[in-house]
Design a protein around this ligand. Structure first.
Ligand code: FE2
Length: 378
């Protein structure tokens, strides 16, 4: 029996490794993360470890490729390419792990929940690997022949939209389809009225903040007095009506500069009820203008897609949280007050994560995520 969603997820991650030029797999595009070779082994080791629960024929690889890293500032990894196995060995391990996992699935040895864990874990890496490869120089990657970068110079008119007081429903009902441990329990939060920007904050708006002295975002660079931004496979002049991608600290700094704040997780939920997805599920490699498609109504634009959105909410368990017994650290390791919740989706977020209860989280100074923000007035 073939499991199509797992096969789809494998195809996604296989395609990402295929855009690398030879040798680039030992690069470390993000200093706080492992070299790319780790991920080639990790995706297969994770599935094997979660589904088989016994050592494979290469137990040292099951361990080596088991977990990624998220070090605090000043604790960067210092391993060398020679500390890692060869590509051939890693591919051979991966092939055996996949065959073993497929056999176990065929025998019915993997619960539905574990299958979802394997599929969604891999789809998450399909996105985080894209951030990582974004940081490789263009000559380390092969661009697809049909690559489209959607730009437009049409100006946008930013404005605030009022959300009346009412309730936000967060989280997921139990026994109602798969969710990660941090998505439970479902609960409601009462909110006073607030207003939030119709569009994501743009590069053009953020440029004013930079001109007033703020540090430029990681995706930007300056050449001969002109601003440019790195796209997945090259660069473009700074696109003033694309969403700006920033850290949570930069987003909060901009909001404060304009006399506003970032939305809380609950405010985002309340505003995003019934929002339609736009530019997600691997539709593009790069953002699109924040007002695409043009939306003249009083609805918010792109609350689900075209870039995650930072909130002011520290990642914490919902009331009733219980860690997954088979993966206790998945969320609980990050309830340390050092991570903030992001909501929405980016162009590289798989369709399975568009459910409203899905929560993403990163450190507030992590600059590599396809994440922007909008501002709120309380
Ligand atoms: Fe992982």
């Amino acid at each position: 029996m073939r499991i199509p969603p797992l096969a789809d997820a494998r195809r996604r991650t296989d395609e990402l490794f295929a855009i690398l030029v030879p040798g680039a797999i030992y690069d470390r595009p993000i200093p706080e993360r492992h070299r790319i070779i780790f991920y080639l082994g990790h995706l297969e080791a994770f599935d094997w470890n979660q589904i088989a629960r016994v050592p494979s024929a290469r137990p040292e690889f099951d361990k080596l490729f088991e977990f990624g890293i998220d070090p605090p500032a000043g604790c960067l990894p210092r391993d060398q390419p020679s500390d890692w196995p060869s590509v051939e060995e890693t591919i051979r391990y991966g092939r055996l792990a996949r065959e073993g996992v497929d056999r176990l699935i065929e025998q019915g040895a993997a619960s539905n929940q574990l299958l979802h864990v394997a599929i969604e874990h891999r789809q998450m890496h399909a996105e985080t690997l894209a951030y990582m490869l974004h940081n490789l120089p263009p000559d380390r990657k092969i661009a697809p022949p049909d690559l489209e970068v959607r730009t437009s110079a049409a100006p946008i008119a930013p404005r605030m939209i009022e959300v009346p007081d009412g309730e936000a429903t967060l989280g997921r009902k139990r026994n109602n389809g798969f969710g990660w441990d941090n998505e439970f329990d479902q609960h409601t939060i009462g909110l006073p009225a607030f207003s939030m920007s119709k569009y994501k904050v743009t590069n053009g708006e953020y440029l004013g903040f930079v001109q007033a002295g703020a540090k430029p975002p990681h995706f930007w660079f300056e050449r001969n007095g002109e601003w440019f931004q790195r796209t997945m496979f090259g660069e473009v002049p700074l696109q003033l009506n694309w969403p700006v991608y920033t850290t949570q600290q930069e987003a909060a700094g901009y909001a404060k500069w304009t006399g506003k704040t970032l939305p809380t997780e609950a405010q985002f939920h309340r505003a995003a009820q019934g929002a339609q997805p736009e530019n997600c599920d691997f539709r593009a490699w790069d953002p699109i203008p924040v007002a695409d498609p043009p939306n003249k109504s009083s609805d918010f634009s792109q609350l689900v897609g075209n870039g995650w959105e930072w909130t002011s909410t520290v990642f914490q368990p919902f009331p009733g949280f219980e860690p997954f017994p088979f993966y206790p650290g998945y969320s609980a390791n990050f309830f340390d007050g050092e991570h903030y919740v992001l909501k929405g989706a980016s162009a590289r977020t798989a369709a399975c994560f568009l459910r409203p209860s899905f929560r993403n989280w990163f450190r507030p100074d992590y600059p590599y995520v396809y994440a922007g923000f909008r501002c709120v007035e309380n």
